[in-house]
Design a protein around this ligand. Structure first.
Ligand code: DAK
Length: 257
């Protein structure tokens, strides 16, 4: 399997498993990622996802230049949705995703990380958008997400020069949440996932939906969206449980209902 998909309690773990090609995404990997993400989205027992790369060198070196790019050349013009829907493009997913970035993160690999909500990076990680050096632009969202995440001039630097940056620079510009030793990347991602699992899962999903959908709305429409999601949350059992637990001075037992 190009994508190893595991469930550990409430956490889903997706591992891009092509270390011999620095975990470059071929078409098969994209299909398997789609299937695993749909299962994650639809499984009520799963609350948080973590994406990582197999081996100790790379998170993901991007689209497989020998497999995925020829496939796209053949299909993309006639079929803009030739690639299966993923969180990078086409699959709405309000459950939170954490990128456990264990090494090189290039091109489509950076786009996978950008489609996650939180990014935990190894001190050895490097980040780049080398597509222009291949005569391309990114196709899984980096031209759109990167300037929304980091300052415009840094997004332009990455996207126009194709030159990579190291983990400390990625942290400095706000591209990643934290930099840790390589061996601590996965354990840190799991710790953060566990913290999120203590919160009301429907509230976590609503917060993500409000952030993402709100980012392309006017402030007024965004506030309306926020209000609608708040009204929905107040009708849930989780809201009753969270507030009752506070009053009763105990831990809430959220059910996602
Ligand atoms: N594709 C295929 N194989 C790759 C690869 C890739 N992206 N990256 C590395 N590999 C393979 C190498 O070919 C090599 O295989 P063998 O020769 O051993 O068989 C093996 O991984 C080890 O790589 P290197 O020997 O090159 O390792 P180095 O440490 O010397 O160099 C490197 C590491 C990351 C600097 C180098 O491998 C490199 O430059 N890789 C290419 C990185 C890159 O350009 N990535 C961007 C690809 S374009 C779209 C969606 C997405 C995209 C486009 C459209 N739509 C939905 C429309 C995304 C596009 C891209 O990501």
């Amino acid at each position: 399997m190009a994508i190893d998909y595991q469930k550990e309690g409430k956490i889903a773990i997706f591992t891009i498993n092509r270390p011999e090609a620095l975990n470059a995404m071929n078409v098969q990997a994209a299909r398997e990622l789609h299937e695993a993400m749909v299962d994650f989205r639809d499984d009520p027992e799963l609350w948080v996802g973590i994406i990582t790369g197999a081996g100790d060198r790379a998170f993901c070196a991007g689209a497989d230049i020998k497999d995925m790019l020829p496939f796209l050349k053949e299909h993309l013009q006639s079929s803009p949705w030739a690639m299966p829907a993923t969180p990078m493009r086409g699959l709405d997913l309000w459950k939170p995703l954490i990128a456990a970035i264990n090494g090189l993160t290039m091109g489509g690999g950076l786009e996978i990380a950008l489609a996650c909500d939180l990014r935990i990076a190894s001190e050895k990680a490097r980040f780049g958008c080398p597509e222009v050096t291949l005569g391309l632009i990114p196709g899984w969202g980096a031209t759109q997400r990167l300037p929304r995440i980091v300052p415009w001039c840094k997004a332009a630097e990455l996207l126009l020069t194709g030159k990579p940056i190291d983990a400390q620079e990625a942290y400095r510009i706000g591209l990643v949440n934290i930099v840790v030793p390589t061996e601590a990347v996965m354990s840190t991602a799991k710790e953060w996932a566990e913290v999120i699992c203590q919160a009301g899962p429907l509230a976590v999903r609503a917060a993500k939906e409000a952030m993402i959908r709100g980012s392309s709305l006017t402030l007024e429409d965004g506030l309306r969206l926020e209000n609608a999601l708040e009204a929905y949350l107040m009708s849930t059992e989780d809201f009753t449980e969270g507030t009752t637990a506070f009053v009763e001075k105990r831990k809430p037992d959220f059910k996602g209902k």
